[in-house]
Design a binder for this molecule. Sequence first.
Ligand code: AP5
Ligand code: MG
Length: 214
Amino acid sequence: MKIIMLGAPGAGKGTQAKLIAEKYQIPHISTGDIFRANIKEGTDLGMEAKEYMDKGQLVPDELTVRILLDRVSKDDCKRGYVLDGFPRTIPQAEVLDNEVAKLGDKIDFAIDVDVPDENIIRRMSGRRCCPKCGATYHIEHIPPKKEGVCDVCGSELIIRDDDKPETVKSRLDVYHKQTQPLIDHYSKLNILRTVDGTQDMQDVFDAIVKHLEA
Ligand code: AP5
Ligand code: MG
């Protein structure tokens, strides 16, 4: 099964993608996570991506596409994958559609996790992430058992660099201009499924599974 997660920054794409990956035993591929891992390791790629990410802008298509295509060509992607944060522009979507078609295959679903802008800013300010294992929490909605500490690996939780309110605002602007057109793109291909992302995490997941298994 090949699945794309769409939705504004902070809509819960990563949270839901992890649950989907676990249930269907397919890899969860987040371009944002790949960039953050590179920043942490201090690679050239990471340094280049950081310049854009810190401003809330998109990393250029050429770079992002190269990384994504490399990742989905790995053996563990043969049974499918859930893409989180890619594609984010029409050119990215076209490259992906073509690559998948070359393998005689297709994307099965594009899931739009729909959350209005007003809710987003609040969500981002409460997000806490584990820099070691990537687990994500929310101080009000999905708190860790012990404040500031990751349930999974015990590391100290951090606030993401791009979760400052000013940066969140530019990420939202970029989303509306460059990524929202993808909703139309996948709707025309008849694979768009929209879920209400303002519900509880488990209810959002149940709604997604219903679509995937309909
Ligand atoms: P990326 O890492 O993809 O960030 P994003 O799209 O801005 O999305 P987020 O990760 O912030 O949010 P999410 O939807 O995953 O929400 P989450 O599950 O964490 O990209 C970062 C940057 O990298 C971009 O700005 C860009 O510069 C670059 N980049 C990445 N991909 C690119 C591409 N393809 N092209 C170009 N550039 C690219 O949830 C958010 C919070 O809400 C958490 O605290 C969570 O616990 C909580 N939460 C989740 N679900 C619920 C719920 N149902 N109820 C209450 N709280 C919830
Ligand atoms: Mg994410």
